[in-house]
Design a protein around this ligand. Sequence first.
Ligand code: TYM
Length: 330
Amino acid sequence: KPRVFSGVQPTGNLHLGNYLGAIRNWVKLQHDHECIYCVVDLHAITVWQDPADLTRAIREVAASLIAAGIDPTTSILFNQSKVSAHAETAWIFNCVARMGWLNRMTQFKEKAGKDRENASVGLFAYPNLMAADILAYKATHVPVGEDQKQHLELARDIAQKFNHDFGVEHFPAPDPLILGEATRVMSLRDGTKKMSKSDPSDQSRINLTDSPDDIEQKIRRAKTDPLPLPETVEEVAARPEAANLMTIYAALADESLADVVAAFAGKQFSDFKRALTERAVSVLSPITGEMRRLVADPGYVDGVLRQGGERAAAIAAPILAETKRIVGFL
Ligand code: TYM
């Protein structure tokens, strides 16, 4: 079975973008892949996290993943800091990757903003740790949303440069899996901005913890243009807010965008939003309910992460030993 690795940051709640862009695909891949899924707490602290909030977020994100359908008895589910191979491999990659490569990372530029002098060194080196996550297991398939594409290209470059520098075929070049209709879900307030955990407006996203009333209200208030719904896929492309809501609908309903356009062509947004709310609630409410049940018993989630960590460490250990031997460590 091909080996899959992917990760999600425990910085607040998961949202619809995380779910449609990544987690739903993680669930589907479990059947015919060996899957390793990671709550990346080392990545989270590249920007300040209150310690108590971080602990809670790690449990809640893990619970959401289980609630969404990650089966911890087949897939491996753990938090990154439990397996030291991530940090050890990342250090070696810090010495493989070039400053120029990381200087080109658009996500660093966005996250660091204008005050770059004050960004943590960890935030700059973030993509090296991400490459280490994947390559510490020699994973070949990485299901992610569109926004992680550039980081994945960097991981490929690091694998290739390591192999080239040391004259080995040690690390495979990992392939991104960017699957489904909703690979880039946009903000509900602005169809040109990505839906994101860090958007100050909670109205901009649907969280996996939102109640049906929250979902209804957020979709009702979601930004639209004044026209009726588009009649062709080409017209959708020119109208970002309509495109976003229709893409979300398509992903939730497991239909193509073309089918959704055909079904709602020329209708009013109020009708469409009611249908979208119904879809969103029927997909998300069971996950929210199960997540709340799971976090009420932290012993269970903590046990899953502990066992997952042990299984992950067992896979990573011989690969790390070989990496160290290649580098020349005694
Ligand atoms: P993170 O925590 O920002 O997001 C987790 C996953 O959700 C996807 N995603 C989206 N997809 C569609 N539309 C959106 N608006 C949206 N927002 C987020 C992301 O693409 C991602 O797949 N650097 C990663 C975590 C990471 C990782 C890894 C991923 C660390 N190590 C190794 C893969 C392999 C991140 O910050 O994801």
